[in-house]
Unconditional design. Sequence first.
Length: 473
Amino acid sequence: MKKLEKLIDRILRRVNINLRGQAFDVAPFLRPCVPFRKLSQFYAFYGVTGQHPLHFHFSHSNLAGSYFLGKCRVDGSVLYKSDIRGDELRSKGDTFNYRGIRMALDQDEVILVSDSLLVKTLVHNRSHDPENPEVFLIKNSVACPFANIHGSPLEGSFLGAFATVDLTTLHGCVVGPFAYLQVGELWHEKIEAGQIWINQQEVFDFRYRFPEKVLADYIRVAPGKLPEGRFMDFLNARKEDFRRVFDVVHLEPVAAVPRTSSLNRYAVIKPKTRIGANVLIAQRAYIDNSTIGKGSNAQENCFIVNSHLKGNNVTAHGAKLINTHLQENVFVGFNSFLQGLPESPLIVGHASIIMPHTIIDIKEPVSIPPEHLVWGIVTSSYDLRLHSISLEDLAAVTRMKTIGSMEFCGSGEKFVAAFKQRIGHILEANGAYFNGRKNKGHAQKGQNVSYNIIQPYRMGTQRGIYPTIEIKP
């Protein structure tokens, strides 16, 4: 496995060179997360549908346990149990709209991962970069477990465990564990652990940071060690449930799934689960003893346990719901953690928005009113008053608003409108509004995915390296 060892060393050195201005060494955070001996044991799989033809290129890389959909190119990289999801890649001739400027693509858009190391990372291509609309680029970058790269090209950057970059281009940045960014573009910045920052230039700015001691109970990371905390305990307790869906070729189909819904072959569906129409369950999702109402979705790395989703609910990448009831049209953001009590489930009211990277872990009965925005850490009714605001009150803000340690400035009306518009797009793209003829989305288009298995060299100096493969339609 000498070539694989050299490849990993090469990637880490390249990233460190890009981060030399930050004086940050990525190796102590990545090496414990890469099970070197297992990199030659796992296969990779590439999904093909009528809407996503076979078209990929892999060279001098390891792809152990990773999933690919859409037009992808991977060069000189290690992707361990990561999801490279290109189901919204644009095609030649499609228009790219950036702040009123419309551009036609000269060629099909492609996801390009080069000289990078991604560990249990989600990549979704919803690109926003107007300078490179045909290429969604991740280069000289590394990501720790359960990070999300959503529409966010990266160059020379580091993402900590459970970090999310969303519609944000990073150049030479360090993003700490459980931090969330949606700020457009950043150069050579260091974002501290638990920092939540949403900014649209000259329109609005939302900032909140988790208290260090509170966050450490849920996720903490030290150089040379695996991530620890309640998030990891929760995931590790259910890790074995995924073994069978990856080891067995043919699984028994889940009973009573509507024709307009899609359950990914690599999701875990436990007993006593009920699936409504127009539902999308993505790969690596986990559903146990829960009801997923019409038009709802559970995206990658979502866990829904002993919970009820009434309908048109969005459970974004990495979110977790335990003993939770969502009324209609509730949005639960990236990597959020919602846990009610077994005898008193957490109730989230109609059309409420749970901000990305929110922790609601109640110690007493709590109900979130309809049409509220919630962020930060909530364990009681008192916490809820310090970490929430009605959408109506937020929309009335025109300058500055401070609640607890959250600071908001700018147009609350435009902030609320941007969230609602995005939620509507997610539901539409996922097929929530399909009426039997029109408005097909991922739930309908992804029903008959064919998976192609790709394996590495098993012996010799190239052990663990995947053969160079290029397939075009």
